[in-house]
Write a protein of this length. Structure first.
Lengths: 332, 695
């Protein structure tokens, strides 16, 4: 009897408490070798970025650079020595964290007041592209870092009525190839932009409501997006650069605030407004687990970048001020 | 012999013709009379009449030859032969050979066409009906019928009567294809179209007449609806325009009496026809739109409407022509499609092998993944009442509704303290917000309350059934709840243990003795079930485990207050008048209550009261009410002990038997007839049992 029944969902590996505010974004940095320890960056609603030591489960350092306004995107560049953080104070800060320092070395100010997270793509050694919402509410701006020169501004045609961009994902088909941008908009459509021409290649209306989050797997040319509705939409990109819906997956409760595909492209995780984290197999969208731990909306999910697959972790940050760390499906 | 026949096709004395006719048509009968067992197979009717058919064709062939040769010929003898054969009931045999040949021959030859028309026209009036009916049945389509009969309906009064009245209004046995033939035939020629319109008017009159709706069987109403829809499909917009006002009045009247009916099937028919007509007469204005459940019948009816009349010029060959290229293209396109699909499959597989599939991951248990509830459901009955009566809190309200039934069942004592109050709240509860299964939840909760505290709640509910200011819906809810609660109470159940748990515990060994007794009960139960018809849902699955029937002590509280007041009309509620639907439900509910009260002390008294109730209402015009009454009789016969029946109500029983026999024979409703027959059978059983007992 017991053998035929599915295992009960696992408990979190550990829980990080102490952000004292809803957690909006998480980012792992676990690649570095011993003696350095794996760390997790968290950005929360009180404007602090906290650096968690995943060995001791304590906060190592707290960065305060957004004047108490919520931080909703963090990402490292150059290993863990430099960090980008985007806040509701309409600023993107570049932090220098090398050798124990913690100071803002540079910042880019944005005029956008939306909730759209930026997206970063490494183009070459010491050259990155960052996509962010532009001054005009429906435009996306792409800058080159560290020079901060504008590469292009992606402006939808007049009358497209897309609304604001809600989520961005920069990607390139192969290293050194021409970069593309996937952007989800307020009207529920996902658009593929060609950055070198600054042109819209394909538009797919896959949701009725604003697209809250998306992730794209450039290898399989397949992506997934979630909105405030009850569905996850999986779409694919064909040879002619056309987006089309691959399948949709019905959820029990509505609202997806974040969706992330694991680096090995085997599973994906969603952060739900229903306080639950859901795990799916990426290939067929087979539901694998529903993790019911948080007591408020889950805002973000993130997979760790451990070089050994068996160590890989999943972190989820929630409005209930907690960060839960899970170890799932990594014994392959 | 055929020689003779052919000669006389031209001219002969009437007497001789008459004799010949007789001989020819009745040959098989005469021969079989004479020869008895040694009859030749060729003279058996099923062989002889097709032969006669081919011979008629040959005769007609010669006639046509002679006509071509300029000779004038009379065809009337052949017509007479045809007519007589048809009136002898051999239409099928003779026309099965005649119609295909004539269809072929008349396709391009106008002399043959004229001959064929003449052939039918010359059939004497007294045989016309048989011939026309035969043709209508035998032809494959309306265009063929039109070719064979010509304008017969316009020229011949008798044929006109048959086609426009008899086939459509006076009977309902023909298949749909035949209806389509008849109406298509009327529509095909301009000179006949006025008949089509006339037919539609008459059909609509019948459809809209309330007495027809009340007294004719459902099958006939279905037939008329079909005919109306086919007519509509044939009529042009201009024609409809000119009769818009008439149609409109008919629709209004007809809709009223159809929607008034207690039988869902008739309501549905009314809705479909009204919808279809309104969509035709209001081309630009708003059209009627009803909600009804789609089933095979409604789909069939709608398909009748959408099929467009084929224009007269188009005959079958071009149709086939049209079909074949499309078939070819389909065949061509198929191989094209396949490689694509195959390639797709291959690529899919390729990606499969290259990456690990999802199946490697074993999913965790996801059963806890339920819809998120923001608020917690209340834990006490009194809280529930507060929530349900208090200010609106949408989520709390829904959570309460969902949890109420289990709460009531769990806390018997707490419920009994507030049972009547809770029943009152539930009965008056309105669906403030939309919940999928609100009606069901409310009903379940009410049933649970009634079961927990039967006497006061039943008293309350039955008193409310006959009080002012309730909607029909609420009154019917009361009836449903009482019936379901009676079922629940009479169903044996170990106290405090749900059935599920007892099934899941495998430790309890059932003793062989009790096992066999269970079988015995089951067989009896099945026998009873096979002989009765029940209308409430789910109550046929009465599980019989030995336990006291809790219903027995309270049955009277359920039953008598309900049966008491049915003949006292209130201002807002008149069971014997307009509210006959509720009366029908009441009858059914009473039957169910008595059925569940089997083996109880009160059953005899209940049976007697019920019989009086039935007797008072036995000539009710509504078939649903009559069905209810008949099931009352069944349940009385089944529940009341037979010796009590004989002691108390023997005279009434005899009278009832006479009534049942009458219903079984004459009732227009099929279900009523069947139920009456079942009752008669039950009575018969009773009688045989009684005869067996004393001896």
């Amino acid at each position: 009897m017991i053998a035929t029944m599915a295992l009960p969902p696992p408990d979190p590996e550990f829980v990080l408490r102490g952000t004292a505010a809803p957690v909006h974004t998480l980012h792992f940095s676990c690649r570095s070798q011993e003696p350095e320890f794996p760390i997790l960056f968290s950005g929360s609603a009180n404007g602090l970025v906290q650096i968690w030591n995943l060995k001791t489960h304590r906060v190592d350092k707290t960065l305060d650079g957004h004047g108490g306004k919520s931080v909703y995107w963090v990402e490292t560049i150059r290993g863990r020595d430099e960090l980008l953080s985007q806040g509701r104070d309409q600023k993107i800060c570049l932090w220098d964290l090398a050798e124990g320092r913690s100071m803002v070395t540079d910042s880019v100010s944005m005029d956008s007041v939306g909730f759209c997270r930026c997206s970063l793509l490494k183009m070459a050694q010491d050259r990155w592209l960052i996509a962010m919402p532009a001054d005009d509410p429906d435009e996306v701006q792409v800058l080159e870092l560290p020079s901060k020169t504008s590469v292009c501004t992606l402006k939808p045609e007049a009358g497209a009525k897309l609304g604001m961009p809600m989520c961005l994902k920069l990607w390139q088909p192969g290293f050194g190839a021409c970069p593309f941008l996937m952007a989800g908009y307020e009207d529920g459509s996902v658009i593929l932009w060609n950055l070198s021409m600054g042109k819209m290649l394909s538009r797919l209306a896959c949701h009725q409501e604003p697209v809250m989050s998306l992730d794209f797997d450039s290898e399989k040319a397949k992506g997934v997006s979630g909105s405030s509705e009850k569905v996850l939409s999986v779409w694919s990109l064909d040879e002619q650069q056309n987006l089309k819906v691959h399948k949709t997956h019905e959820l029990i409760n509505s609202g997806i605030s974040d969706v992330t595909i694991r680096q090995d492209r085997k599973i994906l995780a969603t952060a739900g407004w229903d306080y639950r984290i859901r795990i799916f197999g990426w290939k067929k969208m087979k539901p694998l687990a529903v993790l019911d731990f948080h007591t408020a909306t889950v805002h973000c999910v993130s997979f760790s970048d451990h070089s050994r697959p068996s160590e890989r972790l999943l972190a989820a940050g929630s409005k209930d001020h907690r960060i839960s760390i899970w170890s799932l499906y990594n014994q392959t | 012999m055929w020689e003779v026949c052919q000669q006389h096709a031209q001219a002969a004395s009437p007497e001789l013709q008459e004799t010949l006719l007789n001989k020819v048509v009745c040959l098989p009968d005469h021969l079989s009379n004479k020869l008895r067992g040694e009859n030749l197979p060729i003279f058996l009717p099923q062989n002889y009449f097709p032969l006669l058919g081919t011979e008629i064709i040959q005769v007609l062939q010669r006639i046509s030859d002679s006509l071509r040769g300029g000779l004038d010929c009379s065809i009337s003898f052949v017509s007479q032969v045809l007519g007589k054969v048809c009136v002898h009931g051999r239409q099928k045999e003779i026309l099965s050979t005649l119609v295909p040949c004539l269809t072929d021959l008349t396709k391009s030859d106008c002399i043959w066409q004229r001959m064929c028309w003449r052939l039918v026209e010359c059939v004497p009036d007294r045989w016309m009906e048989a011939v026309v009916c035969g043709f209508v049945q035998a032809v494959p389509g309306a265009d063929v019928l039109s070719r064979l009969l010509g304008n017969l309906v316009v020229k011949n009064k008798k044929a006109q009567f048959v086609v426009t009245q008899k086939l459509l209004l006076l009977q309902y046995s023909c298949p749909t294809a035949m209806l389509q033939n008849v109406l298509g035939y009327l529509a095909l020629d301009n000179s006949r179209r006025f008949l089509l319109i006339k037919v539609l008017q008459e059909l609509m009159e019948t459809w809209a007449s309330s007495s027809a709706v009340k007294h004719s069987p459902v099958e006939q109403q279905l037939y008329i609806s079909k005919a109306i829809l086919i007519c509509l499909s044939h009529l042009k917009d201009v024609e409809i325009d000119s009769h818009r006002q008439e149609l409109f009045t008919c629709v209004m009247e007809g809709m009223k009496c159809h929607l008034d009916s207690n039988l869902p099937r008739i309501r549905c028919l009314g809705m479909i026809v009204a919808e279809s007509i309104s969509s035709r007469i209001n081309t630009d204005g708003p059209i009627l739109k009803f909600q009804y459940e789609e089933d095979d019948e409604t789909r069939e009816l709608k398909s009748l409407l959408t099929q467009m009349p084929s224009p007269p010029s188009v005959i079958s060959p071009p149709d086939e022509g049209k079909d074949s290229p499309s078939a070819v293209t389909e065949a061509e396109s198929k191989p094209d499609r396949k490689p694509v699909a195959a390639a797709y499959a291959v690529s899919e597989e390729g990606s499969d092998s290259e990456l690990d599939s999802d199946d490697d991951f074993i999913p965790y248990d996801m059963s806890a993944d339920k819809e998120l509830k923001k608020t917690k459901a209340p834990l006490y009955i009194r809280d529930c009442i507060e929530v349900l009566t208090g200010p609106e809190d949408v989520e709390k309200w829904e959570a309460t509704m969902r949890v109420l039934e289990t709460l009531i069942q769990r806390n018997t004592a707490a419920t009994q303290e507030v049972s009547v109050e809770l029943a009152k709240v539930l009965l008056h509860l309105e669906e403030k917000i939309y919940i999928d299964d609100f009606m069901e939840l409310r009903q379940k909760a009410l049933v649970a309350v009634t079961v927990t505290d039967p006497v006061p709640v039943a008293q309350y509910l039955t008193s409310q059934f006959y009080s002012l200011n309730y909607s029909l819906r609420q009154r019917m809810d009361i009836l449903d709840v009482l019936a379901l609660a009676a079922q629940e109470l009479s169903r044996p159940k170990a106290p405090g243990k749900s059935k599920l748990s007892s099934v899941q515990t495998p430790y309890i060994q059932i003793l062989p003795g009790s096992d066999s007794s269970k079988d015995w009960r089951r067989i009896v139960d099945e026998r009873i079930r096979s002989k009765t018809r029940r209308f409430a849902k789910g109550q046929s699955q009465v599980e019989l485990v030995c336990a006291p029937n809790k219903f027995s002590s309270v049955a009277g509280h359920f039953f008598f207050p309900l049966i008491q007041n049915f003949d006292r009309p209130l201002v807002t509620f008149d069971l014997l008048g307009d509210d006959h639907f509720v009366l029908g439900r009441l009858a059914h509910t009473l039957a169910i209550l008595l059925y569940f009260a089997v083996n109880t002390v009160a059953a005899a008294a209940m049976g007697k009261a019920l019989l009086e109730f039935v007797w008072a209402l036995r000539f009710h015009t509504d078939s649903y009410v009559r069905q209810g009454l008949l099931s009352c009789v069944s349940s009385m016969l089944l529940s009341v002990p037979s010796d009590r029946l004989l002691e108390d109500v023997i005279e009434e029983l005899v009278e009832t038997q006479a009534w049942l026999a009458d219903v079984a024979e004459k009732d227009p409703d099929g279900d009523c007839r069947r139920l009456a027959l079942q009752n008669l059978l039950l009575m018969e059983n009773l009688k045989t049992k009684l005869e067996a007992a004393p001896s």
